[in-house]
Design a binder for this molecule. Sequence first.
Ligand code: NAD
Ligand code: IPM
Ligand code: MN
Length: 358
Amino acid sequence: SKTKKIAVISGDGIGPEVVAEAIKVMKRSEEMFGLSFEFEHGLFGGIAIDEKGTPLPQETLDMCQKADAVLLGAVGGPKWDNNPQATRPETGLLGIRKALNLYANIRPAFIFDCLKEASTLKPEVLEGTDLLVVRELTGGIYFGDKFRRETEQGQEAVDTCVYNVMEIERIARQAFEIARTRSKKVASVDKANVLETSRLWRETVVRVAADYPDVELEHVLVDNCAMQLLRRPSSFDVIVTENMFGDIISDEAAMLTGSIGMLSSASLGDGAFGLYEPVHGSAPDIAGKGIANPIATIMSVALMYRLTFGYHEAADCIDNAVKEVLDAGHRTADIAVDKSKAISTTAMGELILAAMKK
Ligand code: NAD
Ligand code: IPM
Ligand code: MN
């Protein structure tokens, strides 16, 4: 059938606040473009720990596996911060990514011209910034063995970082394929001067690159990359990197867009199925205040339309509406220069709805 099943797992903190606005946008686009969605909601994260004793209940995972796409808010919060690993909200997030084999996390970071003043960086440095982080999402130090042990010096903690060739190859291919649709440049970010996993990463990326002679490849050490991102952000196109480096680099890249509240993401595997979520977290410091920026989540819907469903017209409609609202000067607090004029999460959502046109 043409109806697409959307699993909605809005999670904790500002998760439900921003997801509510994204769903309104999806419902409006149903009417406008003759699309049809069936929304199913599942418990996930801290709220699932409270109600079911686990951050990723089996029924939530089943629901996601049966869906055509997943829309996720955010998880986590101080309430669960001292829980053991099995009952931490973040464990649910890693669990769902792994269970659905979503190894490729796509995080586009670009500057809306009118938001140059919102960033803490100089507008002339941001000029022309339009990059995309391809973060490996189901391997590396996030998923290696972790444990504690007693030694003569007291307790010791171990996290292991493991990558195999297959894992590196498939993420590198995703990056080169995406680069072909953009300005054909890939920066592979690693720490090959120190880490063995990075040396295998680099060798493998070089081998995959041979299949993409039309794409220019550079290798950048992660510390240098962190610096160059602030120095010359507009010279980057596609950045491909391992799980933890990608986590850090993408929050840094968020500030190139004005706010972490602007960064959307898609998590993909081998097929069209995908999980869509803002890059930001549950923002406990502003949760419940109705002031979170919903744009990252709303633009994640546009990514869903493009990458999972091929609804290009509806995706453009969302992105254009966001641009129009920002161009008109409307701002949530995180992107407002004059904070006294900041609008609420729902007001931003309503303005975007009103700006959606065919
Ligand atoms: P965070 O991204 O939640 O917040 C960082 C800062 O950015 C805060 O000051 C917050 O108010 C602000 N911010 C974030 N999103 C915003 C938005 N949409 N609009 C306006 N301001 C926004 O990161 P954190 O504080 O390090 O983590 C808080 C919790 O979220 C932790 O439990 C962490 O594990 C979790 N987390 C979850 C995800 C996820 O679910 N994908 C991602 C990152 C962090
Ligand atoms: C993200 C988050 C998660 C990650 C945490 C909450 C486990 O920071 O999605 O970027 O590190 O992947
Ligand atoms: Mn992160």
